[in-house]
Design a protein around this ligand. Structure first.
Ligand code: GLC
Ligand code: CA
Length: 547
């Protein structure tokens, strides 16, 4: 395997809770992942990233870890993970875990010890500031919008949490904490894990506690923990550990902006690649703007070329499905988006269900929402007070719900979609009888086979792996078009991301070439390229330059 194998590869993200339940408790499990490895092999992906399966009270579905080196029994055991790694490797698939080291659960033994007294060994594993109740050390706000500090009676001090108060932040300034984390990481490398998705990694460093938030500084009230000075020391130490183990690493690094991200990734960077967040922006009703989507991806591609490397994605466990937010819900939309992002410069990821155009949930009762979102009962009540009907209020509060993407995987059209024999932990999408894996596999025109073709195309193409990114008709508000260029070789990609016919302007430099369309199963192929090309709703085409 060459050092740049990841440039030819595709990742698949598994949300284990919703993938496949094999023991009839309504919750997906590690055996379920093992059972479906051949399916992933058929799709053609090269590695999987599995969301956290470690011991956890599940306040944030596994992102609140109480034991880094053991498995939550609802998912299985360490032996199951051993089997998973062995089976995946036997199929040539690499396995990435989620590395959640910005915070632990408040039930982690480190935190239990840390809060118990001011002078125990673990005290400085977390951020503590002495104080009086109702008078937090500063005005920092958590991502939930409340104070980032919670008062703890036992030692009459505040601890810091940039997420939920059940997720206290680890104090990376403490070398003993860092060593404990590095030992844990090495444990997983020794276990056979091939790499990590680095959760919330750009937040490891915090500003001095006396810094009040006075302005937005581009990062809003989160400035004191977004890519703060000093973080590079930790990243450099982590990199040494990752490199020594030949790891593949993908950073969730909000606050690292596109011009800087290049130096965080690629050769010499701290991590193999980065997930940028900006293209996900949507309004309060979860509607994304296509012009913004295109503009953001275009900017990241330009800024990351040639030095940096992106993890390319449309969906994950935190955001509603792409066809729902940016498309019109149709299979045609799922395909146009697939082509648009898949051939960019970077390593594409497919989030489970994206390959069968899964489209999210339609809630009819507040109780159907998972607990994290139900905390929005207040918002629901306030909409009712404003005069909205119960359904309108529900649509408002559920618009952004992470549940849309977390609904159980739709394997077939049997009563529980083949996900479980029990009641699934979260409701199923009502369209599972139409959109499911069984049906997709029996339809040569399905989104599944489009992804299969795109993955295969990437495996073979040095041009797609290494070519430069060049925008075409930059500023077009409907069609995302670009070229990939490597020496004499050229690729031309175009996708109309709207439900209306749209025009694409092609420059002479492109029209002069002789192009051949790549068969990606589209309904209509494009006979000739013209100065102003009219593309029907969700049409896509990919061309190779004839040599
Ligand atoms: C990341 C995860 C998200 C989690 C948060 C806290 O953003 O993707 O699911 O809630 O980190 O760990
Ligand atoms: Ca189960």
């Amino acid at each position: 395997m060459t050092a740049d194998w990841y440039k030819y590869a595709t990742g698949y993200q598994i949300y284990p809770r919703s993938f496949l339940d094999t023991n009839g408790d309504g919750i997906g499990d590690i055996q379920g992942v093992i059972e479906k490895l051949p399916y992933l092999k058929q799709l053609g992906v090269d590695f999987i990233w599995i969301n956290p399966v470690f011991k956890s009270p599940n306040k944030d579905n596994g992102y609140d870890i109480s034991d880094y080196q053991d498995i939550n029994p609802e998912y299985g055991t360490l032996d199951d993970v051993r089997e998973l790694v062995d089976e995946a490797h036997a199929l040539g698939l690499k396995v990435l875990f989620d590395l959640v080291v910005n915070h632990t659960s408040d039930k982690h033994p480190w935190f239990c010890a840390s809060r118990s007294s001011k002078d125990n060994h673990y005290r400085d594993f977390y951020h503590w500031v002495e104080g009086k109740e109702d008078c937090p050390p500063n005005n920092w706000k958590s991502f939930k919008g409340e104070s980032a500090w919670t008062y703890d009676e036992t030692t009459q001090s505040y601890y810091l949490h940039i997420f939920d108060k059940s997720q206290p932040d680890l104090n990376w300034k403490n070398p003993k904490l860092r060593q404990a984390i590095y030992d844990m990481i090495q444990f997983w490398f020794d276990f056979g894990i091939d790499g990590f998705r680095l959760d919330a990694i750009s937040h490891l460093q915090k500003a001095a506690y006396d810094r009040q938030v006075t302005d937005w500084e581009g990062d809003g009230p989160w400035g004191p923990f977004m890519n703060v000075e000093g973080i590079k020391t930790y990243m450099t130490e982590l990199k040494a550990l990752f490199d020594a183990n030949g790891a593949l690493t993908v950073g969730e690094a909000s606050g690292v902006r596109s011009p800087e991200a290049s130096s965080w990734t690629g050769d010499g960077g701290y991590m193999t690649m980065i997930f940028e967040w900006e293209h996900n922006a949507r309004d309060a009703d979860n509607h994304g703007s296509i012009p913004d989507f295109i503009a953001v991806l275009n900017r990241w591609q330009k800024d990351m070329d040639p030095g940096g490397w992106c993890g390319l994605y449309l969906e994950n466990h935190d955001i509603p499905r792409i066809v729902q937010s940016f498309g019109d819900g149709s299979v045609a939309a799922s395909k146009a988006f697939a082509v648009a992002y898949f051939l960019l410069r970077g390593t594409p990821f497919i989030y489970q269900g994206q390959e069968i155009a899964m489209s999210g949930l339609h809630f009819t009762e507040l109780s159907q929402l998972d607990s994290v979102t139900v905390r929005d009962v207040k918002a629901y009540d306030s909409y009712i007070e404003k005069g909205l009907t119960p359904q309108e209020a529900l649509d408002k509060v559920s618009a952004w719900s992470r549940d849309h993407a977390r609904s159980p995987m739709q394997w077939d059209d049997s009563p529980k979609a083949g996900f479980t024999s029990a009641e699934p932990w979260l409701m199923l999408s009502s369209n599972y009888t139409e959109r499911n894996v069984k049906k997709a596999l029996s339809d040569k025109n399905s989104t599944f086979y489009l992804y299969q073709k795109l993955i295969a195309l990437r495996h073979e193409s040095k041009l797609i792996a290494e070519g430069h990114y060049c925008p075409v008709d930059e500023g077009n508000a409907a069609v995302f078009a670009y070229q990939r260029i490597l020496g004499d070789e050229e690729l031309l990609v175009m996708a109309n991301l709207t439900r209306h016919t749209a025009l694409l302007k092609l420059p002479d430099s492109i029209l002069e070439n002789d192009w051949q369309e790549i068969d990606l199963g589209q309904d209509v192929s494009c006979e000739t390229l013209t100065k102003e090309l009219s593309l029907p709703a969700y049409a896509y085409h990919v061309f190779e330059k004839r040599q």
